[in-house]
Design a binder for this molecule. Structure first.
Ligand code: ADP
Ligand code: MG
Length: 256
């Protein structure tokens, strides 16, 4: 299958001289679900901002949905790839959920009937249509996260990019988020410290360390490689840790 995202020898240096991405290359096929993991400062968020053309490469190239990332393609790339920010308060700024979810499709120039249809469809997909008339600042953390995802789904992107989607969620909101992310058939790229979520949602993992790719492969292999994770400042996900009582791994096959 031809790649929907192709990153080639990408470097990013911020204006203050911080070198955040150093010679990163990978490609992602349509429909893949990929976790981007790494310690704080590894370059995950910087990488995601490139995938939605919020940042431009210092050198190297990115192709997103067949479009080369450069300033002239920013609008077209954002129609193909949508970013769910780490903090929902950065995403939700309108007086009602309805107007927030309608914002993107309206900006795309759709007529009001189509906008209404998109809003209904996106809020239904995240299971929160009942929040339509609520002000976003009165929602719970889990509701805000779901509505943030709806503001991106309403633009019908092919590629969904999420930065730390489970940050601040309680266990039941987190569980709901995992089933939502697992149910979507978009190409999904999820940066997260929540390695159990990554194990549940992603088939593949790109492990970053100091702005570089330290490993890229099946989630089930990388997320069970304790020495590799520890070298990169991470710990095994709980599901891959041995049970303190009997020593069995909680994701090992059970008999009986
Ligand atoms: N706007 C910025 N200006 C300068 N340096 C930045 C900026 N944003 C992030 N950085 C630096 O870039 C590196 C990568 O950061 P980031 O992509 O946020 O990592 P992560 O998401 O993995 O924690 C860090 O050293 C961080 O301090
Ligand atoms: Mg980050």
């Amino acid at each position: 299958m031809s790649p929907v995202i192709e990153v080639s020898h990408l470097h990013h240096t911020y204006p203050d001289g911080t070198s955040a991405i150093r010679d990163v290359s990978f490609s992602i096929a349509a429909g893949e679900s990929v976790g981007i993991i790494g310690a704080n400062g590894a370059g995950k968020s910087t990488m995601l901002l490139h995938l939605v053309a919020c940042l431009q490469p210092t050198s190297g190239t990115l192709s997103i949905g067949g479009l080369l990332s450069h300033p002239g393609n920013v609008t077209a790339i954002r129609q193909r790839a949508g970013l769910v920010f780490q903090n929902p308060d950065d995403q939700l700024f309108m007086p009602t959920v309805q107007s927030d979810v309608a914002f993107g499709p309206r900006n795309q120039g759709l007529d009001e009937d189509s906008v209404t249809q998109r809003v209904t469809e996106a809020l239904t997909a995240v299971g929160e249509l009942h929040l339509l008339h609520r002000p976003p600042y009165r929602l719970s953390g889990g509701e805000k996260r779901a509505v943030s995802i709806a503001t991106v789904l309403s633009m019908r992107p092919d590629i969904l990019v999420l930065d730390e989607p489970s940050a601040g969620l309680d266990p039941s909101a987190r569980r709901k988020l995992i089933s939502l992310l697992s149910s979507l058939d978009h190409t999904r790229i999820v940066a997260s410290h929540d390695l159990d979520l990554v194990l549940d949602v992603c088939q593949r993992v790109i492990l970053m360390r100091s702005g570089q790719v330290a490993a890229d492969g099946p989630a089930r292999d990388i997320l069970r490689d304790k020495p590799l994770l520890e070298q990169c400042g991470l710990e095994l996900p709980l599901a891959a840790q041995a049970c303190p009582n009997c020593g069995c791994s909680s994701d090992s096959p059970r008999s009986g």
